[in-house]
Design a protein around this ligand. Structure first.
Ligand code: 4AD
Ligand code: MG
Length: 430
């Protein structure tokens, strides 16, 4: 019977065949232990010299790390294995004998591992992070589908820049100038006026010269947008969504969280609602904490965000930022012209901002004025402004950065490990 490692629990005391790679191996004169992986999981294969034909035992002794094999054997319960099973090997067919594998069980430097990212992905740790990323994506579709959202795909080649012009990747679109999308938001606003509640999931690009553990040049964003939705309703969707993905990972990725040594007690606390503080309160809090340099009107850096997050065991919303710090499209607070109806969601444990969102300006004249103030090209934004001429409604949305969210939930220090092939300031290979 041919099966996969994830399915072996169905075949206890039966003989099965699995297509696998040799993740690691150790052997003595009488016994060989093969650490097998097939993408669905990991299992140990035990080859006992006295119980198999000599050529099978010799094959197990000489097979190299990362060789591909068909391995046959009897599945047995094994309490010591994190997966609960092992295989008593009876047959081994080497499909391809791998040449010397560069990534050995010894410690390697980050740059070396990044140069070998195409191979590093096979490791147990990277496998676990990719599985958690996949579960977050699955739970995202589940959440928004259950809540009546439609998935809409905004373009990646665009003629406008929602988040400011300094971080754009410019390219040519035949004779025109074009940019790689920094955010699908403006298109999602148009889609919300057609479909009500929408979400997107796609790659976004920022030519940021930042070299931090939270910044990628190419990252994936989930961007919901809702018609007839005001500021408070927007925050409720965000906290329920984030709680849902955390609880889904806890439920469906327990082996992966264990592999990563993640403290799951911290994740169990992530339930809605989340605390909210205003930008004003955050500034006051930081000044009282001894951050003397920060003043009203300044943006927060990583140390500020971390200091604020440390006061809570859940993600915290920082709301009502100064208008001057935020993009042109945010709705001003009706009771105060100097702040906007926005919120950033800061993850616990120092992982920083995972969501940026706001209510959007729905008044035609005000939006036109803001576009002028930001010196944006009216021709490029004509269609966006027009949305305010045909049944304009209050609407809100947000963008969740997938990689920062994966980093937080996985407990992985740097976002470079949360995307299969990271694009970093100095890295386009592999
Ligand atoms: O706060 P940002 O810039 O918001 C927007 O782009 C809005 N237009 C979204 C919307 O309302 N539809 O980005 C949203 C999130 C951030 O909170 C962060 O998690 C992530 O995207 N992000 C990055 N992740 C990795 N590397 C970068 N360089 C990132 N820049 C933003
Ligand atoms: Mg932001």
């Amino acid at each position: 019977m041919k099966t996969t490692i994830s399915q072996v629990h169905k075949y206890v005391d039966q003989e099965v065949t699995i297509g696998a790679w040799i993740a690691n191996k150790r052997s003595s004169g009488k016994i060989a232990f093969l650490q097998l992986r097939d993408g669905t999981g990991f299992i140990q294969g035990v080859v006992v010299k006295a119980e198999v034909p000599e050529e099978i035992f010799q094959g197990a002794k000489s097979v190299t790390q990362e060789s591909s094999v068909y391995v046959t054997g009897k599945i047995q319960k094994d309490e010591r294995s994190p997966f609960g099973f092992e295989m008593l090997v009876t047959g081994l067919e080497v499909i391809h004998q791998a040449v010397d594998y560069p990534i050995t069980p010894k410690e390697h430097g980050t740059e070396f591992l990044m140069d070998n990212r195409h191979l590093w992905l096979r490791s147990r740790r990277q496998h676990a992070v990719m599985k958690i990323r996949n579960e977050i994506i699955r739970a995202t579709y589940e959440f928004f589908n259950e809540q009546g959202f439609s998935k809409v795909d905004p373009p990646i080649l665009t003629g406008s820049a929602p988040e400011g012009t300094s971080e754009l990747f410019a390219t040519k679109y035949f004779d025109e100038d074009a940019y790689l999308s920094q955010s699908g938001q403006l298109y999602m606003e148009a889609a919300a006026m057609a479909l009500g509640k929408v979400f997107s999931f796609g790659p976004t690009f920022r030519a940021e010269k930042s070299k931090t553990r939270r910044h990628l040049i190419e990252f994936w964003m989930i961007e919901p947008e809702m018609a007839f939705c005001e500021f408070d309703d927007n925050l409720k969707v965000q906290e329920e969504y984030v709680a849902h993905i955390v609880q889904s990972v806890l439920k469906n990725c327990s082996i992966e969280l264990k592999t990563l040594g993640r403290d799951t007690e911290k994740l169990e606390k992530i339930t809605a609602p989340f605390p909210r503080i205003t930008y004003d309160e955050a500034i006051k809090f930081l000044q009282e904490k001894g951050f003397d340099d920060i003043q009203w009107g300044d943006d927060f850096g990583a140390p500020h965000e971390t200091a604020i997050a440390e006061s809570y065991d859940k993600p915290v919303f920082i709301t009502h930022y100064p208008t001057s710090l935020k993009p042109f499209y945010m709705q001003p607070d009706p009771s105060r012209e100097d702040v906007v109806l926005c919120a950033d969601l800061i993850a616990p444990e120092g992982y920083g901002e995972i969501i940026g969102g706001s209510e959007r300006i729905h008044d035609y004249d005000l939006l036109k004025q803001r576009l002028d103030e930001h010196k944006l090209d009216m021709d490029a934004y004509k269609w966006y402004l027009e949305l305010r001429q045909y049944g304009s409604v209050p609407h809100s949305g947000f963008g969740l950065g997938l990689e920062r969210t994966v980093a937080w939930i996985s407990g992985v220090e740097h976002v470079r490990e949360t995307i299969p092939f990271p694009r970093l300031l100095n890295r386009l290979y592999p």
